[in-house]
Design a protein around this ligand. Structure first.
Ligand code: F6P
Length: 342
């Protein structure tokens, strides 16, 4: 049996740990051989491969990014794309594929399963917004990076009596903003799930200044003001129809400076949240996902995604996992609101 492995969408810490887990179990336990596909779905589409054996995965556990490369290629947006993938898999002797990705990459995996390709999915994203799994790997690392940045920003903000607005990633779901904001003691947290009133945010900022401490406002890149437009980096769409976000933090800092009369600065954490070595939590989760994904292949349980439920790794239908995003429920936001402005 020959198994193909690919990583698609935005990279995240832990991808290499999954690849390592798959190969380290699949070769000795099942006698499989592996073929890496480069750059997400572009790999099987254009037959771009990379050898994948035990020596190739040595030393990968702490390494960020992905040795296979990634892209946001969508074969369903390319004429004849699906047929090309099927043909290439056949020519390369690949019997099954393990796709490691988020909503878009696994959405493609779901549709490919429906047309007879044997795929098992592994959920990755720093955004933690995939349904069907309690956590995705990469999230813990991103949250820790953002938390450390917030810790550092507290001391400089206080020295200069400034407001500091920290823009974090999170297109449709505010999990990173919520967890990093709670862990870092932010004074306001703004999420894509709920439009915010900029006057109310200014009120929280003023209240925080009254305590003699400086306000830290954490804003997810997809957060929007009331009746406002999302602040877009530009209007270009990717192959999955997503716009490129960014800019809400700067806009908000300008508004807060004007409304409170106190200097406000912005820090955009951007891709720093996705780079570098995974935390221990993400290394363990990613490794377990890899081990269980190759078990699913061995049992011929295709069309499934491995998922975390409590502390167990389970399998869920890929179609269920990719139907809708897991956003922050209102009660989780209410918990965080206790700390706003104080
Ligand atoms: O989906 C992960 C993510 O990091 C989002 O939080 C963010 O909106 C997007 O990817 C950024 O993508 P890119 O690196 O392609 O600009």
């Amino acid at each position: 049996m020959r198994v193909g492995v690919l990583t698609g969408g935005g990279d995240c810490p832990g991808l290499n740990a999954v690849i390592r887990g798959i190969v380290r179990k699949g070769v000795p336990d099942y006698g499989y051989s592996f073929l890496g596909f480069r750059d997400g779905w572009r790999g099987p589409l254009e037959a771009l491969t990379k050898p994948l054996d035990i020596p190739a995965v040595r030393g990968l556990l702490p390494r960020g990014g992905t040795i296979l490369g990634s892209s946001r290629t969508n074969p369903f947006a390319i004429s004849g794309g699906v047929e090309k993938i099927k043909r290439n898999l056949q020519n390369l002797g690949v019997d099954a594929l393990i796709a490691i990705g988020g909503e878009d990459t696994l959405g493609v995996a779901t549709k490919l399963c429906e047309v007879g390709v044997n795929v098992v999915g592994v959920p990755k994203t720093i955004d933690n917004d995939l349904s069907g799994t309690d956590y995705t790997f990469g999230f813990d690392t991103a949250v820790n990076i953002a938390m450390e940045a917030i810790d550092r920003l507290h001391t400089t903000a206080e020295s200069h009596h400034r407001t500091l607005v920290v823009e974090v990633m999170g297109r449709h779901a505010g999990w990173i903003a919520l967890h990093a904001g709670l862990a870092g003691g932010a004074n306001v947290i703004l999420l894509p799930e709920r439009q915010f009133d900029v006057d109310q945010v200014a009120g929280y900022v003023e209240k925080r200044f009254q305590t003699q401490y400086s306000p830290i406002v954490v804003v997810a890149e997809g957060a929007q003001p009331l009746d406002g437009q999302m602040v877009l980096h530009n209007q270009a769409l990717d192959a999955f129809g997503h716009v490129r976000l960014g800019g809400i933090g700067q806009w908000l800092a300008e508004q807060l400076e004007e409304k409170t009369g106190k200097e406000a600065r912005t820090v955009v954490l951007g891709h720093i949240q996705r780079g570098g070595t995974p935390t221990a939590y993400d290394r363990v989760l990613a490794t377990r996902f890899g081990l269980h994904a190759i078990d699913a292949v061995h049992e011929g349980d295709f069309g499934k995604m491995v998922a975390l439920r409590g502390t167990d790794i389970v399998r869920v239908e890929l179609a269920d996992a990719t139907r809708e995003l897991k956003t922050v429920p209102v009660e989780r936001y209410t918990e965080a609101e206790v700390f706003f402005g104080s």
